[in-house]
Design a binder for this molecule. Structure first.
Ligand SMILES: *Cc1c(COP(=O)(O)O)cnc(C)c1O
Length: 381
């Protein structure tokens, strides 16, 4: 088994032509430096500047979204999406345990509670079947909303996540949420550029959140984006992420408790340049995926296949190992040799703050947790 890992290491060294290979490294062209320098020369590096609006418009164009609102990171974008969807203290939000911790944290910031619905094996995102089973067993629609009969709490939103740029069965989930009258919010942090039947990730829900952290498919250093298709919601999102200042002149009149979640112009400049390269990143990543698919089975590793009907952004490539023992050995022998690999997340209900959250059987999430490993996925130049 160890020889197999050593062959994997050798292969990755060859593909990347490097001794030490990170999991995901951003690629920068000349416009990154040019635009960032423009902000420095103009002195508008902070919360005012034209790159922010440009970045918002360009994200809208790329995703065919009506509205996009830039934020300081993806986590703050998620928090604002949930708040504007009406999530309040004591509410519950349907989400998945197989995700990065920010998905559930954004629910906790509002003093609401996650409920964990199982995922599908192929998409690794929320399962519409599991969602339906949960709703039918535990929930009822009342005048004031949909309620969990188990806890007596209101189900205020549904927050699925598009794992590694794969899209969950978002069209089906959207239909289910409509029939149960539950606002849908997509955690699309990893899925910029992925689409299903021509419709982009992040444009199915009432809101969605993207991240431009350094490890995502494009980066603004740090940053996020809220998408919505509704003008009124877009106005509210801009308003509360920019301190809820009402006046347009010099008066400091704020009409509610807002946030300073603005994306600095400096970061937006970097994001604008990165977005210009998104399609070439996707093309290069596809090439890498194809190379892995050709060569990894020859040494005995199974690349996780692309779910059907998905136009994938190829953000993060993963392999499926036999069991936890092989997984632990693989992680040790790759990372020790400078090949950075990472396991899929610990399921969120295993973290101390989410131990007592209601969940279904989690059969698929548990199976994936034991076997899925991310392998180096940078877009090579
Ligand atoms: C990266 C990520 C986030 C958070 O984004 P930040 O910009 O780091 O705050 C949220 N959810 C998922 C699934 C992510 O991968």
């Amino acid at each position: 088994m160890k020889n197999k890992v050593l062959e994997f290491n050798k292969l990755v060294n060859t593909i990347f032509n490097e001794d030490s290979v990170p999991l995901h490294r951003p690629v920068f062209g000349s416009n990154e430096e040019k635009y960032v320098q423009q902000t420095i020369k103009s002195s508008f590096v902070s919360s005012v500047g034209s790159f922010v609006e440009q970045f918002e418009n360009n994200i809208s164009t790329h995703t065919k979204s009506n509205y996009s609102i830039a934020t300081v990171n993806g986590t703050s974008a998620l928090l604002v999406c949930l708040q504007l969807a009406g999530v309040k203290q004591e509410d519950e939000v349907l989400t998945q345990a197989l995700s990065f911790v920010a998905t559930s944290n954004s629910i906790s910031y509002l003093k609401a509670k996650p409920i964990f619905i199982d995922v599908d094996i192929d998409t690794m995102g929320m399962s519409p079947l599991a969602l339906t089973l949960f709703l039918e067993e535990f929930c009822e629609i009342r005048d004031e909303g949909t309620f969990n009969k188990n806890t007596g709490k209101r189900i205020a939103a549904c927050l699925p996540m598009h794992t590694f740029g794969f899209m969950c069965r978002i069209d089906q989930i959207s239909k289910i949420c409509k029939s149960w009258n539950i606002p849908l919010i997509e955690d699309a942090a990893e899925a910029l550029g992925s689409s299903f039947k021509g419709k982009f990730a992040g444009t199915f829900g009432m809101f969605s959140a993207f991240s431009f952290n350094g490890n995502k498919i494009i980066t603004s250093g740090g940053g996020g984006m809220i998408l919505t298709q509704n003008k009124n919601l877009a106005i509210q999102a801009k308003h509360i992420t920019t301190t809820a200042k009402k006046s347009t002149n010099w008066e400091y009149f704020h009409d509610q408790v807002g946030y300073n979640f603005r994306m600095p112009n400096l970061n937006a400049a970097l994001g604008c340049a990165q977005l210009e390269s998104l399609s070439s990143f996707i093309k290069n990543k596809k090439k890498l995926y194809d190379i892995y698919c050709e060569s990894l089975p020859l040494i005995g590793y199974a690349v996780v296949p692309i779910p059907k009907n998905l136009n994938w952004n190829y953000w993060m490539i993963s392999i499926e190992l036999e069991n936890k023992r092989e997984k632990d050995l693989f992680l040790k022998e790759t990372n020790k040799n400078g090949i950075m690999t990472r396991p899929i997340w610990d399921l969120l209900f295993k973290l101390p703050m989410y131990e007592d959250c209601q969940r279904d059987g989690q059969k698929n999430a548990l199976a994936l947790e034991d076997k899925i490993i991310n392998i180096p996925s940078s877009a090579r130049g």
